[in-house]
Unconditional design. Structure first.
Length: 144
């Protein structure tokens, strides 16, 4: 009887307070939360390019490895961790010169007529700077 009361109390608290924090907690425990990277966007490296969001997104994805079977001679530089086209961001890991579990978020923001602002954020300034250099260089070459 005591267990039923505790379970009912727990569900009541969740129902009254909303469940968004429960979802975010589960994402954090699972390892797919981007909350820290979103907060770090205030210190993000950013640059605007003359391309659509989809074009910039695809160019940035071309630098990310999806698995270890990739050709070592390719220009794939990062490990792809998360891709969310709907929210217009990707998260990469395996940044050269950083701990391989350091997450770096790359966010794509509509900046007007065929222009996209790319924001790179991370809790590691070294990883953020390295990813910014690589991605910005690639986008500059593709979208002169």
């Amino acid at each position: 009887m005591k267990n039923i009361y505790l379970i009912s109390l727990l569900f009541s608290i969740i129902a009254v307070s909303g469940c968004s924090h429960v979802v975010e907690l589960s994402k954090t425990l699972w390892g797919s939360s981007t909350r820290a990277l979103e907060k770090a966007r205030e210190n993000a490296d950013e640059k605007t390019f003359e391309c659509s969001i989809d074009e910039c997104f695809d160019a940035a994805l071309s630098l990310a490895k999806e698995d270890e079977a990739q050709d070592s001679k390719s220009k794939k530089v990062f490990d792809l961790f998360l891709v969310n086209r709907q929210k217009q961001h990707i998260v990469v890991m395996g940044v050269p010169g950083s701990v391989n579990t350091t997450e770096v978020g790359v966010f794509f923001v509509d900046a007007g007529a065929k222009a996209t602002r790319v924001e790179v954020s991370s809790l590691s300034s070294n990883a953020r700077q390295r990813v910014s250099e690589i991605i910005f260089k690639e986008l500059e070459e593709q979208f002169k």
